[in-house]
Write a protein that binds this ligand. Structure first.
Ligand SMILES: [Mg+2]
Length: 280
């Protein structure tokens, strides 16, 4: 089997050599945070805060783009990052908070579906309200999937919200053109290199955005996070596949060379030891 977990030096070079012109964009759950049974218990992987802080000091853009609300993510992430929540419906950058135009008008419809789902939804389904969207979870109860899917479709039809598949869950969103792809494209103006790291269906639009940016001449790197639940399309389309959040952390550390690693770049023989050997 090809070792896809180690990026080649040439793939990383545009990032490491010109971080001032590079963007590092990451999903949160399953990428920077191990998957947990109770969504509210998710936390940043140990050691990730230090690496992210080091990235923010070097890179033009370091961002988390998640289906979670900003209010959940912000206390968990170090300062200096751009945070885009609810697939781009809300964001915070340098302490400036913003809702996507038009999103706020759907808050009432979301609240109504949340209440209705809590009162009358399939038994065992967990309802997570996110303000401008909601998530219907069936983690640990895969037998519930058909009932949750039917419930979500019914609620979408009556409310005007739209259903999006996610990991062991379905999400209901306002019918607004916002996804991780639109967020990525909005973030990377003036950069020459962009990488996106994700583990789930909702991350595929970000890979689509990287396809478009690549066609415009940017250097892009699609990083898929492998797990038993990762969609096959994600790992197939990835330029680099890493193993779980621990693998993400290893990858991020390679974007922030230590002084020793900087010195080793002048010594080609040192590069043959582990730093090369990707699918490239
Ligand atoms: Mg995820």
């Amino acid at each position: 089997m090809v070792d896809e977990s180690r990026p080649s030096a040439s793939v990383l070079a545009p990032f490491v050599e010109r971080p001032d012109r590079a963007a590092v964009v990451l999903d949160f759950d399953g990428t920077l945070s191990p998957i947990v049974d109770t969504p509210a218990d998710a936390r940043l992987l140990a050691g990730a805060a230090e690496v992210l802080t080091a990235l923010t000091r070097r890179y033009a853009v370091v961002a988390v783009v998640s289906g979670r609300p900003v209010s959940f993510l912000e206390p968990l992430l170090p300062a200096g990052m751009v945070i885009s929540g609810l697939y781009g419906l809300e964001s915070v950058r340098e302490d400036a908070y913003a809702d996507l135009p038009g999103a706020g008008a759907w808050r009432e419809a979301v609240e109504d579906v949340v209440r209705c789902s809590q009162d009358r939804g399939p038994s065992g389904m967990v309802v997570e309200s996110k303000g401008l969207s909601l998530t219907l979870h069936y983690r640990g109860h895969s037998d519930l999937e058909p009932a949750v899917a039917e419930w979500a479709a019914t609620q979408a039809a009556r409310s005007g919200l739209v259903v999006r598949p996610a990991r062991s869950s379905l999400e209901l969103h306002p019918p607004i053109a916002a996804d991780k792809g639109t967020v990525v494209e909005g973030l990377v103006a003036d950069t020459g290199s962009v990488c996106f790291v994700g583990d789930d269906y909702g991350d595929l639009p970000a890979f689509d955005a990287l396809d478009r940016l690549e066609a415009r001449g940017l250097h892009v790197l699609r990083v898929g996070v492998a797990s038993p639940e990762a969609p096959e399309e994600l790992t197939q389309r990835a330029d680099l596949v890493v193993d779980g959040p621990d693998g993400v952390l290893d990858f991020l550390r390679q974007l922030v060379p230590t002084p020793d690693a900087d010195r080793s770049r002048d010594q080609p023989e040192a590069m043959t030891n582990g730093a090369a050997g990707s699918r490239q």
